[in-house]
Structures are given as structure tokens and as C-alpha cells.
Design a protein around this ligand. Structure first.
Ligand SMILES: [Zn+2]
Length: 121
């Protein structure tokens, strides 16, 4: 009896994985993004539905100004010393998140295509 339950659980986990992979593969474009500040999610949105907006993300007295325009997202301005996050421009790739190391800020797509690649390859 215990054995059957274990098999059922394994099948459910397997099916959930398959369904999840199919859903990710079927999604036409990556549009869900999130903004992490010091590892914590401070903003999440579907860019396809997001209105144009500008908002500040503060970390220990420093600020990154994040802009959403025409269903894209970028760091418009920042007071970090290197400004790498600003120079990275619009977020375009799931494998290349916008990162501001000094401010511990990350802007990334939440659909992780890399894990799907790992399963299919
Ligand atoms: Zn920066």
C-alpha cells in the first residue's frame, strides 16, 4: 500500500514537470519580469500588460531609477559608481539579467529557459 502511494506521488511529480515544461515552451515570448533588491522581490510584472512607468528602487540610501516603456524594462538612471546597469540598456535576454552589483539590484525575466534547455538537450 505504501509502495503504491510512493509510485502515485512520483507520477504526479513527473506529470507536473511535463506540464510545466510544455507551458514554458508554449509561452510565445518572455514577458514576465521581476526586480530584486538585495535578493528580495520588490517589483514583478507582465511587460505585455504593464503600463509605461518609472519608479525608484532604493538600497541603503542609493537609488536605481527603473523605467518601463513600450513593454520593455531598463535602469534609466543610477547613482552607483560604475553605471553598468544603466549601460546595459533594455532587458532583452533571459540569460543576461540587468545587474547593479553595488546596489544589489537584479532585473530579470522570470521564465527560466535555461532549466528547460537542460532537460531537452
Ligand atoms: Zn549600477
Amino acid at each position: 500500500m505504501k509502495h503504491k502511494l510512493l509510485i502515485a506521488v512520483i507520477i504526479i511529480i513527473f506529470l507536473a514537470g511535463v506540464i510545466g515544461s510544455v507551458l514554458v515552451l508554449l509561452s510565445p515570448t518572455k514577458s514576465h519580469v521581476r526586480v530584486l533588491s538585495d535578493g528580495k522581490e520588490v517589483y514583478a510584472a507582465d511587460l505585455m500588460q504593464a503600463q509605461d512607468t518609472v519608479f525608484d528602487v532604493a538600497y541603503q540610501g542609493h537609488v536605481n531609477t527603473v523605467e518601463i516603456q513600450d513593454h520593455r524594462i531598463r535602469v534609466r538612471a543610477a547613482d552607483c559608481p560604475d553605471n553598468t546597469c544603466v549601460h546595459m540598456g533594455w532587458l532583452s535576454s533571459a540569460s543576461m539579467p540587468i545587474v547593479c552589483l553595488p546596489h544589489r539590484l537584479v532585473i530579470e525575466f522570470t521564465d527560466d529557459t535555461r532549466s528547460v534547455d537542460a532537460v531537452t538537450r
